[in-house]
Design a protein around this ligand. Structure first.
Ligand SMILES: Nc1nc2c(c(=O)[nH]1)N[C@H]1C(S)=C(S)[C@@H](COP(=O)(O)O)O[C@H]1N2
Ligand SMILES: [Mo]
Length: 510
């Protein structure tokens, strides 16, 4: 049967089977080593930033899916060509498949955190793909044309239509089943909701009741895991499984150490209420949130490893090779820096770093809060440059003293009479929020009432009752920290070390 479309289909089918086998093997061993994902991630990493931003804007959350689909589409065209080549000579088709697999293997072993075991799924893909192609071409009898001179009636292992159908059907089913199994395994093993967190050896005090009910429209005192702001460079959410995950401490240390999740969870854990803030937050913005974190004290881990005297940077790497650098002096100055495994009483949500992330109070997330962390290297700023440092953001960036108005919202129309102006303020690393002041229509700064105190590393709610008269009004807010420092009115953009200024908004009272 020298049917070309049929042989193109053989190539596609053999490749799909190989990819399914590889994905299944990877999901059992190391999910990121799946040939499809490895190629997809490599393409993403080499996509220029402008193109990524454009993709996020144009396709929203499906940008990554579109990219992976195009990669897969290209591979399948080559697979069809491999099927056609095999018609001419099996070795040609097999060779093209092997080249495809070699590219995927190359992508898998050069992932930033890969080792040689990451080759296994690609090898499985290659063996399965070539074997499937061989079986299909044999079932179709596509070897050199039968010699017309051969004796009539000689028994041949000749092709039958039925044989081809059976082979195609069997492989199609096998590919579907294995592909499906691989997908569901990587999706369902060690889901965050399956993790049971140990109790903290050093728990946080009972969480105070905030102003949530008292001041309608104010941000909840504790941000829920679902509503917590999310900022990262990832196009998708990495699916990291606990089984394959480890945290390594290396670089300028006496002993390089590697911990499994269970080993970390078995260490004495601290529990703290800490507010995270993004350097990209503009004055009055939403990239800030408060949660209760559970984790291993960073200095406990560093002490076990024994930090040398050369390092000035703590250089953290995530499962995909993204890096964040923190001034070592700040990370180890006694503040409650930790490797967190729990957030608000649950394992970390995947979007917030499952299974483990760095949390350091008082420093913007881009120099501290590495999600999906897998390596912490003690090094110097001279030697290693993190993702944001390469993009010229500041290396030392304490969170600036700031405050915002949650209610009323800008340009909202409110009813005349009793109104509660309310919002949040934070002064991590600066002695906490001591006072919040509100200015109405450019008048004198009036002292607002503060909500409960959950520690200096945590934000604070505030409100001011206001007897609102009809008309347009301007509202502004500023915070004062424990050291008496007043929130700066000098306007600064987020780049390179965080925004500053005072939020000023207009409301209409009717
Ligand atoms: N692996 C990884 N960790 C990361 C980032 C990232 O891009 N990749 N972004 C950082 C930034 S800029 C911030 S502000 C915080 C945000 O954490 P969240 O998404 O849990 O709120 O994560 C930090 N950790
Ligand atoms: Mo950030």
């Amino acid at each position: 049967m020298r049917n070309r479309p049929l042989h193109a289909l053989f190539g596609v089918l053999a490749t799909l089977l190989g990819v399914a086998v590889g994905h299944l093997v990877a999901s059992l061993l190391i999910p990121s080593s799946s040939p499809v994902l490895a190629v997809g991630s490599t393409v993403i990493d080499h996509t220029p930033h402008q193109l990524k931003d454009w993709a996020i804007r144009s396709f929203g959350n499906s940008d990554k899916a579109i990219l992976v689909d195009s990669v897969l589409g290209g591979v399948l065209v080559l697979a069809a060509i491999a099927g056609l080549l095999a018609l001419r000579r099996f070795a040609y088709g097999a060779a093209l498949l092997v080249i495809l697999v070699a590219v995927a293997a190359g992508a898998a072993v050069t992932r930033p955190t890969a080792g040689f075991q990451d080759l296994v799924p690609s090898i499985a893909t290659g063996i399965a793909g070539v074997a499937a192609l061989w079986w299909l071409t044999r079932a179709a009898g596509s070897r050199p044309e039968p010699d017309p001179a051969s004796e009539p009636g000689a028994t041949t292992v000749g092709p039958t239509r039925r044989g081809v159908l059976v082979a195609v059907g069997a492989l199609g089913v096998a590919a579907t089943v294995m592909g499906g199994a691989g997908r569901s395994i990587s999706k369902y093993r060690t889901r965050p909701e399956d993790v049971t967190l140990p109790a903290a050896a050093d728990p946080a005090p009972p969480f105070p009741v905030g102003l949530d009910d008292k001041v309608p429209g104010i941000s909840p005192f504790r941000s829920s895991n679902e509503d917590f702001y999310r900022v990262d460079t990832r196009l998708d959410v990495p699916i990291v499984s606990i089984e394959g995950w480890t945290l390594t401490i290396d670089g300028d240390v006496e002993r390089e150490l590697t911990f499994t999740f269970d080993e970390l969870a078995a260490m004495p854990l601290i529990e703290r209420d800490i507010t995270l803030t993004c350097v990209s937050n503009s004055v009055g913005g939403k990239y800030v949130g408060g949660a209760r974190w559970l984790g291993v004290r960073l200095t406990d881990l560093l002490d076990l490893a024994g930090v040398g005297d050369q390092a000035d940077q703590m250089f953290a790497t995530d499962v995909d090779g993204m890096t964040i650098g923190t001034p070592l002096e700040l990370a180890t100055d006694g503040r409650d820096a930790m490797i967190a495994i729990g957030m608000n009483g649950e394992a970390l949500p995947r979007a917030h770093g499952f299974p483990a992330r760095v949390v350091i109070p008082g420093l913007y997330g881009f120099i501290s809060a590495t999600k999906w962390v897998t390596r912490i290297t003690l090094t110097t700023y001279e030697k290693d440059r993190s993702y944001w440092t390469q993009r010229r953001w500041a290396t030392d960036a304490p969170i600036k003293l700031s405050s915002r108005i949650d209610t009323p919202r800008a340009f909202e129309t409110v009813k005349a009479g009793q109104v509660l102006i309310g919002g949040m303020a934070w002064a991590q690393d600066l002695g906490g929020v001591a006072r919040v002041e509100v200015r109405i229509d450019g008048g004198a700064w009036q002292e607002a009432r503060l909500g409960p105190d959950a520690g200096n590393d945590y934000w604070r709610q505030w409100y001011l009752p206001w007897y609102a008269q009809p008309g347009d009004h301007a509202l502004a807010v500023r915070a004062v920290n424990g050291g008496g420092e007043v929130q700066s009115a000098v306007r600064a953009l987020p780049f390179p070390e965080g925004s500053s200024g005072i939020q000023d908004l207009q409301v209409t009272v009717a």
